[in-house]
Design a protein around this ligand. Structure first.
Ligand code: GUN
Ligand code: ZN
Length: 645
């Protein structure tokens, strides 16, 4: 098996996952195939939807003598005539629905192995939401015990070990941690079907968050029984990679159609609010005239089209950097989902989510409502403003929102004021206080807010401004204000140098500007845009400023200076000795060669690559979080840009 991150956004990832039966991209949906009654054959699924991974049930195959014989003789792939990746479930869900089933936990794992399943599932104990903590604990203990025993039997098959723990986050996290310490390959989050059936999405979100905290980040995570596309984007943003759907068939049998905003009874519809191939081929009255079996099939196909379309949308959003925008949009469709999204406002969850959030993005942040103020990237900006930004002067002048970039919009005012008085210039922006010198950094310049802002957001903004201004004197700027000439002699104020210094500290941490700018500084600007491009220190190129996001890229000399000044492990990615010659040649760092990493580095941060003795080797850009670098066996951890020969 290989599992490798290709693209990322929020705590979500777009990965390449390979098994003995080929490669699949994630996030993805495994349609449930009932081997007894295939409404849509796997072959047709492959043709229509490009399905290359599905899930079927080994308990059902095992119980039916004919299917059992056929599967043992020719394998499960021949049995259902599908040659992509097949996951099998174990009968846990049947025991939850029908009560006791007569299955031996080890026999069902051996059976899955023997029929050639690519991903088998242990017979876990389904933890229901109504359980007491003690009951739930007993269930997770037994699930973990079975996982240990089952792993001995898995052979070449990948083994899925579901995280249980009912609605108790501590139990979920601990169960996830213990399962992760075993040689398991795949982690479903189990016991959540009753939560989804009752639209208990806040509980669902808490279950996912708790499980993800405890899980090995380098293994695929599956949300067991999640078939409604309404919740896909949020689950993906929290780090789920796979879903499975029997919903497409169950809803169709019940005469219901799946839409992104929920479900509709076919009989209640006057027209088809969809243009999938089914809804484009038939009018609603033509669908009505079909016999029941045919109509059910068409509804099932529609349900799958809608589900797969949402997965395409989600993958596009991950690539484009607008997954949070999509999540917030979807949450607007359902009050329970809307409520669930607000769980993410809690400090401990924000802190957890922030570690995955890309340092910057290609696309602008779009405001969708007050929830936007709780995006990890906004949270990070507020944190860093308080911990990494040092105002230069005692007095701060606050300006109302203007056109971006603010330092350009208020250029004339700034120059006039500076002839009389030295103050800090800050815009009271919806995203929070924006010092003029940071106004080109992501997400400050790269964000779009409406002109009129709701009261809740305004209050959040004001709260942060108050925290930011709590020391020192504050003047609120007005067009016709009169300023007294300050008596004391002051050295001229170099705004460009101030920008370089402030951005360096915000990006690399306190002390970075002292390290990088200790010498005679030359700032080179673009002739075309007038923006800062390159920074030289004593004639040596140390930094370049990226036009897109206002962040620096490090030059080798900049890296050397940071390495000299900032103590281990700051900004470092430590690699093992066998990778050193490759990095010296300028090759990227693969995650399997990373032995340590500064936990404060975020994906797409500039970093220093060092060996185990902290000898500086290269500068590059991280692709993963620290924990990911330390657990993934495949994929790039750092894209090297320049290395010491
Ligand atoms: N299908 C839906 N939920 C579950 C679960 O918790 N465990 C297993 N094995 N299958 C499921
Ligand atoms: Zn349709």
């Amino acid at each position: 098996m290989t599992f490798e991150i290709k693209e990322r956004d929020a705590a979500g990832r777009l990965c390449r996952f390979t098994t003995r039966h080929g490669a699949v991209i994630t996030p993805n949906l495994l349609p449930v195939i009932n081997p007894n009654k295939m409404m849509i054959t796997p072959k047709e699924m492959k043709q229509r939807f490009g399905v290359d991974i599905l899930i079927t049930n080994s308990y059902i195959i095992n119980k039916n003598p004919e299917l059992r014989k056929h599967a043992l003789m020719s394998g499960v792939h021949k049995l259902i005539d599908f040659h992509g990746t097949i996951m099998t479930d174990s009968g846990t869900f049947q025991s939850y629905i029908y009560g006791d089933i007569n299955v031996d936990p080890l026999e069902i794992v051996r059976f899955q192995r023997d029929i050639g399943s690519d991903i088998g599932t242990i017979l876990d104990i389904f933890g229901t939401p109504g359980q007491t903590k003690e009951e739930s604990q007993q269930g997770t203990t037994e699930t973990i015990r079975r996982a240990k025993e089952s792993i001995q039997e898995k052979g070449e098959m990948l083994l899925a070990c579901p995280v249980q723990g009912s609605v108790y986050p501590e139990l979920r996290e601990e169960c996830a941690r213990q399962l992760s310490s075993l040689n398991a390959d795949f982690f479903p989050i189990g016991g959540v079907v009753p939560l989804m059936e009752n639209q208990r999405y806040t509980d669902l979100v808490r279950c996912i968050l708790a499980a993800k905290r405890g899980l090995d980040p380098s293994k695929p995570v599956h949300l067991f029984g999640a078939g409604h596309p309404l919740i896909f984007s949020l689950a993906v943003a929290l780090g789920c990679d796979f879903f499975d759907s029997s919903a497409y068939a169950k809803y169709a049998q019940d005469g219901r159609m799946i839409f992104l905003w929920g479900t509709e009874k076919f009989d209640d519809l006057v027209e088809l609010p969809c243009c999938c191939p089914v809804c484009s081929t038939y009018t609603i009255s033509e669908l009505r005239q079909l016999d029941a079996k045919d109509r059910t099939l068409q509804l099932a196909l529609h349900n799958l089209y809608v589900s797969y379309a949402e997965l395409r949308t989600i993958r596009t959003a991950i690539k484009g950097g607008w997954l949070w925008e999509l999540v917030e949009q979807r949450a607007g469709a359902n009050p329970f989902l809307f409520e669930a999204l607000q769980v993410l406002r809690e400090q401990n969850h924000l802190v957890w989510l922030e570690q995955f959030e890309p340092a910057s993005k290609k696309t602008a942040l779009f405001y969708t409502g007050p929830q936007t103020m709780y995006r990890p990237t906004v949270f990070r900006y507020h944190m860093r403003l308080c911990s990494r930004f040092d105002p230069l002067f005692n007095t701060t002048m606050v300006f109302p929102e203007g056109t971006k970039p603010y330092s350009m919009f208020y250029q004339r005012q700034m120059q006039q004021i500076l002839t009389k008085k030295h103050v800090n210039f800050v815009v009271d922006s919806t995203i929070g206080p924006v010092p003029f010198e940071l106004d080109e950094m992501y997400p400050l310049a790269q964000s779009v807010f409406p002109m009129s802002i709701d009261k809740e957001t305004r209050e959040i903004t004001q709260h942060i401004m108050q925290r930011f201004l709590k020391t020192g004197k504050v003047i609120h700027w007005k067009e016709d204000m009169k300023l007294k000439q300050e008596k004391s002699k002051r050295s001229p104020f170099d705004f460009d140098l101030r920008r370089v210094s402030a951005v360096a500290d915000m990006q690399f941490g306190r002390g970075a500007s002292d390290a990088l700018l200790n010498g005679r500084i030359t700032i080179i600007k673009s002739k075309r845009t007038g923006k800062i491009r390159n920074i030289l220190c004593d004639g040596v190129h140390v930094l370049s400023m990226r036009a897109e996001d206002g962040f620096f890229t490090l030059k080798l000399e900049g890296g050397r200076r940071l390495h000299n000044r900032l103590n281990y492990p700051l900004l470092r990615v430590v690699i093992t000795n066998d990778a050193v010659p490759f990095v010296k040649e300028g090759k990227s760092v693969f995650s399997k060669f990373v032995s340590e990493c500064d936990p404060s580095l975020r994906p797409f941060d500039e970093c220093l690559v060092v060996d185990r003795d902290d000898v500086f080797l290269a500068i590059g850009r991280t692709q993963l979080t620290r924990d990911e670098m330390l657990s993934f066996r495949h994929g790039i951890a750092v894209k090297t840009r320049e290395s010491l020969k």
